[in-house]
Design a protein around this ligand. Structure first.
Ligand code: ZN
Length: 238
């Protein structure tokens, strides 16, 4: 295919932004320091107009990916994956969940009955509708509490299919895992098999169940346990 032909095909797709903004008072996990953007411009820079800023950005702030090293000592860090790991055809499993509910294996199988089997290499994005609760703090403090998750059974089912990546707008973990157990079935199921996890997705209502292309490249952080990404979907125009 020539470049002209490829550009002709791309014209039939629109770009949907699946990323949350990086902004002061964005919700972050309680184990992480808050996000800050500190302007570094000073009068010594003089003219012409220069502006820049220092970011206090955690690897797992906002819309980001988790590398196996996030959960397992000695496993792969984010920059060790080839870039083609981070894009490909995507499926969107829309299963609306409320506070404290989990996506079950039944939800996944029902989706498959309706939209077709999930296969090896698919990028699976789970849309629970939770992303609509994202707000700046303090109003948004409920966003990270009692998030819908994925049951262990559903996580194992998807991971055994050797999907390429799993993305969520809620949590990858089962709501209320056994506290203090040190065992996190969502991270275990996917990261043990080198399946990258995407967390903090938004705008998933704008992506149909099938037929779109996901892209979310990580920063090249040596030894990174994860990385912020700009997640987008190329969605066929109606
Ligand atoms: Zn993470």
């Amino acid at each position: 295919m020539s470049l002209e032909e490829l550009l002709g095909v791309i014209k039939n797709f629109e770009v949907v932004d699946l990323s949350l903004p990086y902004v002061e008072r964005m919700p972050v996990w309680r184990t992480e320091p808050p996000y800050h953007r500190i302007p570094t411009e000073g009068p010594e820079l003089g003219k012409p107009y220069f502006r820049s800023a220092l970011l206090f950005l955690h690897e797992h702030h906002g819309t980001h990916v988790d590398a196996p090293l996030h959960y397992h000592k000695g496993k792969k860090s984010i920059e060790e994956f080839p870039l083609d790991k981070f894009f490909g055809p995507c499926l969107v499993l829309k299963v609306e969940k409320k506070e404290g509910e989990n996506v079950t294996i039944d939800d996944v199988k029902k989706w498959e009955e309706k939209f077709g089997e999930i296969k090896e290499g698919d990028i699976v994005l789970v849309n629970t509708g939770w992303y609509k609760r994202w707000k700046l703090l303090p109003e948004g403090k409920g966003y990270l509490i009692n998030m819908p998750g994925i049951t262990e059974e559903a996580a194992e089912y998807l991971a055994n299919k050797k999907i390429k990546m799993i993305g969520v707008d809620g949590s990858i973990e089962t709501y209320k895992p056994v506290s203090g157990s040190g065992y996190y079935p969502g991270h275990e199921a996917f990261l043990t098999r080198d399946i990258i996890i995407i967390e903090g997705l938004t705008n998933l209502d704008e992506v149909p169940p099938r037929g779109s292309f996901f892209l979310g490249l990580p920063l090249k952080i040596r030894g990174g346990t994860g990385s912020p990404i700009r997640a987008v979907a190329l969605v066929p125009k109606k």
